[in-house]
Design a protein around this ligand. Sequence first.
Ligand code: DAH
Length: 361
Amino acid sequence: MLRGVSDDVNQALRDEQQRFEAALAEVNDADALYELQVQYIGKKGSVSKLRGRMGKLAPEERKAFGMAFNEVKKAIEASLEGRKQAIAQAAREADLARIEDLTMADTMSAVGSIHPISRTRRELARVFRKLGFDVVDGPHVEHEEYNFDKLNIPPTHPARDMQDTFFVNGEGGVADSRLVLRTHTSPVQIRTMLGRKPPIRIVAMGTVFRKDDDATHSPMFHQIEGLYIDTHVTMADLKATLYRFVSAFFGADLKVRLRPSFFPFVEPGAEFDMECPFCPTNAAGEKLPHCSVCKGGRWIELGGSGMVHPKVLESCDIDPQAHSGWAFGFGIDRMATLLHGVPDLRLLFDGDVRFLEQFPC
Ligand code: DAH
């Protein structure tokens, strides 16, 4: 009878092992594998339970059964481990197959940066806003009348020459005015004065176009225009504003100088220079003569300015007896090259990433 018990238990052990192997063949993922493990050799697993029947065996049979039990359990454990590895390997292979090309360049695009001209524009806007100026905009395609006539630039003026101006095909819409690519930002003065009444305090920045193309000129460049119209405005206000602006922009106490000059839309007109902020100095703070920027001249030419011509005020229905004002205009590109130490203006417009990358953020 005892022999029978031993046979039964051994048979049951073999049966469980077979059932296990059959079930294992169906298992294809780690979760199911774990379930199988619990089901057979877990604490209450079917194989583990057989161990409890050892007590019913004759003492001399227990050893043989114990060895058989351990063998089966080890074999099951080894099978589980083998399967586990196989499942992990298959998952790895599936993963690798999913990524088609491990050498593929990553798809994260490089972070761009703000162009030095845009940065300069933003900085100019910041400084002039602080000084109480509105920042306004004007179109690149402009009426010839706004670009020239209303600015007291008569049809015979050389600036209107085909050599300088890009004319645009199409109707102007304003009193037969032809269309041009604006040659300067000064027409924004006209648009502003036609659109609002004094006191006016604006700056306008943007792209301007001239048929110039050589080492120091680009057919597309950038200007900033300033306009201040009120009662009793004088050139002293102009000089003070330019001084405040230049000092704030370059972060140093820099003098400004006005030199008599001619522009049709101002009277009197002046070119304005600023003290060179780049001159090397000695220990005592005295400027040394050899400066790569001003070439020892101590001054840097910035642009044109003057008191707005009475004819310009009249062309915009502003009474020159009641109001006066000043205007200025200068190139932004030069400011950017000065500010960032760019040796050649054309680098700004080439769009070469190797250059632009030098201006991060
Ligand atoms: N528009 C002039 C130019 O492009 C610059 C200029 C000169 C603007 C004198 C002004 C000014 O507002 O008063 O050369």
